[in-house]
Ligand binder design. Sequence first.
Ligand SMILES: Cc1ccc([C@@H]2N[C@@H](C)[C@@H](O)[C@H]2O)cc1
Length: 449
Amino acid sequence: KLQLKHGSHRVGKRTDAVMAKWRGYGLGQFIHWGLYAIPGGEWNGKQYNGAAEWIRSWNGIPKSTYDSLIYKFNPVNFNAEEWAATAKQMGAKYVTITTKHHDGFCLWPSKYTNYTVANSPWKKDIMKPLIDAYDKQGIDVILYFSVMDWNHPGWRYDIKTKEDSIAFEGFKQFTRNQLLELLTLYPTAKGLWFDGTWDKSWVKQAAFADELETEMRKLRPGLIIGSRFRADENGKRHFDSNGVLMGDYEQGWERKIPNKIEDVHGNDWDCVMTVPENQWGYNKAWKGHIKTTNELLEMTAKCVSLGGNFVLNFGPQGDGAIRKEEKQLAAQIGDWMKTNNEAIYNCEYAGLEKQDWGYFTKKTGSDKLYMIVFNVPVSGALKVKLPANTSIGKSYLLAQPAQLLNTEEISGTEYFIHLKNTAAGKPFVVVLEPNAKKGSGNTYDKAKT
Ligand SMILES: Cc1ccc([C@@H]2N[C@@H](C)[C@@H](O)[C@H]2O)cc1
């Protein structure tokens, strides 16, 4: 093990109540909103083929022209209560909201830059009404913050000259000021979700970032900070030079989901996901593969079955309204969650062998198991392998608890759960109430090979 001054300061999962609540969220909403929502991935009739929130980096628009979008920010259809109600309807337990994306435009009236809502036609703070509206719905708020800031004169991709390092020192203070400002203005925020921390300039700031993380945690006890905020003194990110996770949970699962439990290294983690293939900010063109409700439900189930949270992104329009396609998804996901959220909220990795029909989750602090079924076998028989010395007490459809399902012991700890109806048109949940098994549990000898 290497002696590290600025590596991870904790091995293993956090054990406090705030993090335990985070662990049980299951489903979250991401909000990407800012000036980029005004062009919506298009400029002068030409489509930008990257992610809409990166349109400033396209040579199709002069940087100064993009930056003057601040004078067009006037979201007359912005309604914080509607956004929070959409998240509530979907069944999201937390929301991560962009306070400042890479373009540097601040959705709060920061006193450390003029590039904020205060100097737009809108004038008013966006963050406060949003945080209040989500808090009122009982949905916890995490603040997204991009360290990389294309608007700030002190930002550098790397530090090569004396001038660079002087400029970047100013930028570091600016960043610290904004973060302490956000934590002070919005004390109910539960955490920070960092982005834009991959460039060499920031990676070289191991000591500064480590001290800043300590300062933020002192200012806001219980604060949740992911693995992407800071690098260790050897430039190692997400995992320090000893392979220990930085921060409180792994943030690496962006538009991808782990396949097996080994992939998550025993850490907390969240997966953040776009509805289109790769658009976080609003894009007028709703094109390419748009994930269906069933796909998104399966991603949610898969994440929870592997001990993580699934965070689905919404990209509100420049006028502040949420597009109808996203509203429909929220309603359909919410419809399923209303019946089945017991298998998602406060659930964890069940430790059972994955079967083809779908995903196991286990209620935290209980033995209750859930089978979230996406692929009904033609036989209608769902295979289950339990640990030694356990058996199935009873099993039933979560939606019809009174109807016990026929459970057939195959051998030892293997069972078939026989479904009555094999024509389910959408995913459903089977509940297993295991009980301790008496005796050896092995009815037949193992084959000699
Ligand atoms: C290469 C790359 C850089 C930044 C991103 C940002 N992270 C997501 C959470 C969005 O904010 C996207 O703009 C995505 C890909």
